[in-house]
Design a protein around this ligand. Sequence first.
Ligand code: FAD
Length: 327
Amino acid sequence: MLDLIIIGAGPAGLSAAEAAVEAGLDYLVIEKGTIANTIRQYPVGRAMFSTPNEVEMHEGTLKPVREKPTREEMLSHYIHFVLDLDLRINTAEKVISVNGNIHEGFAIKTDASEYKARRVLFAIGAMEKPRHLNIPGEDLPKVHHLFVEPYAFVRKDALVVGGGNSAAEAALFLSEEGARTTLAIWREDWENRDPKAGAMKHWVRTPLEAEVEAGRLKVVLYKHVDEMRETEVTLTTETGESLTIPNDVVFVLVGSDADLTLLKQLGVQTEAGKLAEVPVYDPETFETNVRGIYVAGHFTHARHIKAAIDVPRRIVPLIARELKSKS
Ligand SMILES: Cc1cc2nc3c(=O)[nH]c(=O)nc-3n(C[C@H](O)[C@H](O)[C@H](O)COP(=O)(O)OP(=O)(O)OC[C@H]3O[C@@H](n4cnc5c(N)ncnc54)[C@H](O)[C@@H]3O)c2cc1C
């Protein structure tokens, strides 16, 4: 019987693992992908929006070449954090069910093994379920819901659908690297200048507008995409016209949601958050309504990397104190 199982090895899970070591807990992190799997899925070479102090595991330990770290510098930082502390992490192992209760302990089943733990911390992020448009042709092999690199699409007709920073960055990177790119975006997103309302960052918008100005990138203000076919896409513009454009590749980047299935199966309640459905939890302890089940990171109200790192440092010592008072 372990003291604590942590599901997910993103910034939240890694921070929790270190806190578990410091609190003397017998713990294990289970990660379905790799260390910092979400960050590994960022576009190649991407610079973070955040400065080092907002994403590093300890002050002064992330030293990017420029002001903001790149995806690669981030990955190296988190990997060396794990190696230096020799954290216990099983990668390439997916948790498929969690059952039990605080009195008898929890049974954690993965696609490789089974474990028992007195407490479980879900640090599963919010990338599991990319949102779909649910239109005909969206299942074609040329349609992607994640953008990693532009280099395969030089001189191809690329369509990016979405209004946030991920879509804007993908359109920018594709256009800069020679793809004939169209960005389909709603007017309200294109005109949004409010950073608090998720507006495109200005350092993305400025070069994006330069690409438009130079005639390399086309922006289509659209109402909805109607159909994707092998060689073209049909969409309806904001003025109601049907537009068919030649197309080799599509990126649908309209956000993603956490998979809350395991939590719900345990009886954890959820509520509507500002941007997505979130589990109900105590804001001090991050314990859910199911005793012994905790949450941290991007699928809670504490969404950014800084909060994902800070919260486990507060709550894991509380878990340790409670466990020690019982043994
Ligand atoms: C393109 C992009 C750019 C971003 N840029 C920034 C930025 O500049 N600054 C910033 O602060 N934030 C940024 N974010 C958000 C940032 O990535 C998240 O806030 C951060 O990753 C949250 O950390 P986390 O540990 O909560 O979740 P994650 O990093 O998502 O980690 C969750 C982990 O859980 C694993 N997992 C999930 N389910 C299971 C399961 N059943 N079994 C085992 N493992 C499981 C996943 O594989 C994943 O590794 C960006 C996000 C994206 C997508």
